[in-house]
Design a protein around this ligand. Structure first.
Ligand SMILES: [Zn+2]
Length: 485
């Protein structure tokens, strides 16, 4: 076991690791006066930025949670690393070879587990990419890609690869590079076969490397290429399991490619699949990301807000694309249920024919995908219009019933100005041409909801009101299902 890292190396790595560069791999920063940058703190939830980085001193400090320190403390804290792991990570980034008291350098014997796993993933991604180019059965992978309009350049841009047929091609490759079997299992690249030996986790699949925000490969998503009924072919999509590197609750596929444009355009587009991310980026919607085999949840919200540098002064837009498959979106909206402000900046982009962005791109090209995103509507508007669609607005009775059904949705909005704005819109959509009447009616519902009482004048007209119909999640889900039919 090697001793501690030499002080001179620690200093050299610090000198070569500009804190602004390291921090901005995780947090969007903007200038805040001489020598200082500011952003949303990655260590606590906040709405206005109070996380400061001083480029002159090389220190960071958060006035909200009092976290602070130098570039080493930042990396340790953000990735949950030991000092040594943080030093190795920064050294690699800065191109410095660490030496240890008593001899030895960062090589196989002294490198930390995390660095070893990252290295194994880097080699695995290269291996898969080579297989896509050369393996005889990679043909099926190319068929999949070309059928969706992706060429060699696109495959290379996203690092797409191929996990070959057979049982242990990658495992043998990595063992020959002196990784241990335990490391391969821990990293989710290999697993125990039924006959005892190690086999690859992924077989005959098209492979997407999944990277963290710093651009390091931390796992893979694999699309099955075998026919549905092939024995042992496994699920259509198979991802890396939870490992020390792969934390699916906070990972977003494509985030390392999209992050600059997310910050620049104050917009993030959330799609369902890896091919949707590819299609969006190729179509010029370069703010697209996807979750990795899980629903969009609270930790994704936190990551997205940091990338948007979402603040009280400037709200970013989070746009969900909707197709026939609603499970993910349903959970996404649930995640926003308790975060009112985030909900008001959530938009929905629905493809009328039920196509996902990749299918849309295949059929309509770049313009169709960009048009889909441009046609986004606020979540609240989407939900209200869906409710109105269930009533006959040609009759006074129908319009009144629709008003009563939509009012609870408007009353979910906490901001009074926005609530008023939607009441005015509702009048326009209903065609009463009497804003004051509609606004008063909505307010009556609000008073009734707050008091828990039943105002006869309001309740009687509501006719077919059902409690679940006012839940945007339910409405959006039903709408999406309707589109899928
Ligand atoms: Zn903080």
């Amino acid at each position: 076991m090697a001793g501690r890292i030499r002080d001179a190396d620690v200093a050299l790595v610090r000198e070569r690791s500009l804190i602004a560069g390291v921090v901005s791999e995780h947090v969007q920063l903007r200038p805040a006066g001489r020598n200082e940058l500011v952003g949303l703190c990655p260590f606590h939830e906040e709405k206005s930025p109070s996380f400061y980085v001083n480029v002159a001193t090389g220190l960071f400090h958060c006035f909200g949670c009092q976290q602070g320190g130098d570039v080493y403390s930042f990396v340790r804290e953000i990735d949950g690393l030991s000092f040594r792991e943080a030093a190795e990570r920064l050294a690699r980034r800065a191109g410095v070879t660490l030496t240890f008291e008593g001899g030895g350098t960062t090589d196989r014997t002294v490198s930390s587990q995390r660095q070893r796993l990252l290295e194994a993933h880097r080699i695995a991604a290269e291996f898969y990419a080579e297989q896509l180019g050369g393996h005889p059965s990679a043909r099926a992978g190319w068929d999949f890609l070309t059928a969706r309009g992706f060429d060699l350049t696109a495959a290379q841009r996203f690092g797409v690869g191929y996990a070959p047929t057979g049982w242990d091609a990658l495992t043998r490759h990595l063992l020959s590079r002196r990784f241990t079997g335990e490391e391969l299992v821990l990293g989710g690249l290999s697993k125990q076969g039924s006959r005892g030996g190690l086999i690859d986790r992924f077989h005959h699949r098209l492979m997407w490397p999944i990277r963290d925000l710093a651009g390091e490969v931390v796992g893979f998503g694999g699309r099955r290429l075998a026919e549905d009924d092939t024995p042992g072919a496994g699920p259509k999509y198979l991802n890396t399991p939870e490992t020390p590197l792969f934390k699916k609750a906070s990972l977003l596929y494509g985030a390392e490619l999209a992050r600059r444009d997310i910050a620049r355009r104050y917009q993030v587009v959330v799609v369902e699949g890896y091919t949707d991310v590819m299609a969006c980026h190729l179509a010029g919607v370069t703010t697209a990301v996807a979750t990795c085999g899980t629903a969009f949840g609270p930790e994704h919200v936190a990551v997205v807000r940091r990338l948007l540098m979402d603040s009280d002064e400037r709200h970013g837009e989070v746009i969900f694309t909707f197709d026939g498959d609603t499970a993910g979106q349903k959970a996404a909206l649930r995640a926003f249920e308790h975060e009112e402000r985030f909900a008001t900046q959530t938009f929905v982009a629905v493809e009328p024919a039920g196509l996902d962005p990749c299918e849309l791109w295949m059929r309509g090209g770049d313009a169709a995908v960009r048009e889909l995103i441009a046609r986004r509507v606020p979540l609240v508007e989407f939900a209200i219009r869906e409710v109105l669609g269930r009533y006959n607005l040609d009759t006074t009775e129908g319009r009144l019933a629709a008003l009563d059904a939509a009012a609870p949705l408007i009353n979910r909005i906490k901001d009074a100005g926005l609530r008023h704005g939607y009441a005015v819109n509702l009048d326009r959509w209903l065609g009463f041409l009497d804003e004051r009447f509609v606004a008063r009616r909505v307010a009556e519902h609000r008073a009734q909801q707050a008091g828990g009482g039943h105002s006869a004048s309001v309740a009687s007209a509501a006719g077919r009101r059902e409690p679940a119909a006012t839940d945007p999640v339910v409405i959006v889900e039903r709408e999406a299902l309707k589109l899928a039919v």
